[in-house]
Ligand binder design. Structure first.
Ligand code: NAP
Length: 269
C-alpha cells in the first residue's frame, strides 16, 4: 500500500439524483491522523450552530461536538429550551426561535462558521403539509439565513434515496431541499444521506421500530447496506468537518458515512 496515495473512494451517489456533487476522498493520512485533524481544527476557534439538537441525530451530534471540544462556541437553535444535565454543556448557547417567523430571528444565524441541520418530522406526525413545512421550508429558510449570517460550511442531514424527481413525497422533498440549499453557494456544502437510523428512539414510531427490528440481523451481516447507527452519522459529520477540503459540494451516502464515521475504530484495528 502506498501511503498517502491510497485513496478510499466514497460510494457513488444515487444515479437518478440531479444534484451535482463530488465524492469526498479520504487519504490514508486522514485516516491515520483524524485525532490530529480534530486538534488542528480546534485551534482555529470556529463557531457552529446545530438545528434540531433535541432530535435523535441532533442530540448525538451536540454530544459529539461538546465532548470533543471541537468548536469555540456552539449554539443550539430550536423551538424549545433543552435541559442539559451534564456540566460539559454549560457553554452551549440556546436560541429558541419561532420557525414560522424565522426572518425575525436572522440575528440568531449571524456569525457561525459552520452549520449543522438535523431538522425533520414525518408525514405521520405532522401531515403532508406539516412535513413539507419542516423538512423543506424551515430547512431552506434556515440555510438562507445562515448564508446571510456568514456561515461558510453548511451540513445537511438528508436521506438515502433523496431525489427531486421521485414520486415519493419524502424522497422528493429531500432532493428538492438538497438542490435549493446548493443554490445558496456556501463555500462548502456537505449533504449526508443516511439510510435507516439505528437508535433507541424515545418517541413512538411503529413503522420505524418494525424496520429497525427487521434490519437488525441484516445490519449485523451487511453493516453498511440499509442502516447506520446515529453515533456513526454524527461522527462522520464531525470527522468530515475537520478534514480540509477543496470540494464545494460533498455528497456522503450511507457507505461513505460508515467509512468516515468509523475512522477512529479503523485506527485501532
Ligand atoms: N429516522 C430515520 O431513519 C432517518 C433516515 C434518514 C434520514 N433521516 C432524516 O434525518 C433528519 C434527522 O432525523 P432524526 O430522526 O434524527 O430527527 P428527529 O429525532 O425526528 O428530530 C427532529 C428535530 O426536528 C425538530 N422539529 C420537528 N418538527 C419541528 C417543528 N414543527 N418545528 C421546529 N422543529 C421541529 C425536532 O424538535 P422537537 O424535539 O422540538 O420536536 C427535533 O429537534 C431528518 O431530516 C430525517 O428525515 C432520518
Amino acid at each position: 500500500m502506498q501511503g498517502s496515495s491510497l485513496v478510499l473512494r466514497a460510494a457513488a451517489a444515487s444515479p437518478r439524483s440531479a444534484l451535482r456533487a463530488r465524492k469526498p476522498l479520504l487519504s490514508l493520512r486522514m485516516v491515520e491522523n483524524i485525532e490530529q485533524l480534530r486538534e488542528d481544527y480546534r485551534k482555529q476557534n470556529k463557531t457552529c450552530f446545530v438545528l434540531g439538537a433535541s432530535g435523535e441525530t441532533g442530540k448525538a451530534l451536540l454530544k459529539e461536538i461538546v465532548k470533543g471540544n471541537i468548536f469555540s462556541k456552539v449554539t443550539s437553535i430550536g423551538r424549545r429550551t433543552l435541559n442539559f444535565e451534564d456540566d460539559s454543556y454549560k457553554d452551549v448557547v440556546q436560541e429558541v426561535v419561532d420557525f414560522e417567523k424565522l426572518d425575525e430571528y436572522s440575528s440568531v444565524f449571524q456569525d457561525h462558521d459552520v452549520g449543522f441541520c438535523c431538522l425533520g418530522t414525518t408525514k405521520a406526525k405532522a401531515g403532508e403539509a406539516g412535513f413539507i413545512r419542516v423538512d423543506h421550508d424551515y430547512v431552506v429558510k434556515s440555510a438562507q439565513l445562515a448564508k446571510a449570517g456568514g456561515c461558510k460550511h453548511f451540513n445537511l442531514e438528508s436521506s438515502n434515496g433523496a431525489d427531486k424527481g421521485s414520486s415519493f413525497l419524502y424522497l422528493k422533498v429531500k432532493g428538492q431541499v438538497e438542490a435549493e440549499v446548493q443554490e445558496f453557494n456556501f463555500d462548502r456544502y456537505t449533504i449526508f444521506r443516511p439510510a435507516v437510523l439505528m437508535c433507541d428512539r424515545q418517541e413512538s414510531r411503529p413503522a420505524e421500530w418494525i424496520a429497525r427490528k427487521f434490519l437488525a440481523p441484516i445490519s449485523y451481516l451487511f453493516p453498511t447496506a440499509l442502516s447506520v447507527p446515529v453515533t456513526t452519522v454524527v461522527r462522520a459529520m464531525v470527522n468530515n468537518a475537520v478534514m480540509p477540503s477543496d470540494q464545494k459540494v460533498e455528497l456522503l451516502d450511507n457507505k461513505a458515512i460508515h467509512r468516515i464515521g468509523t475512522l477512529e475504530e479503523k485506527k485501532k484495528t
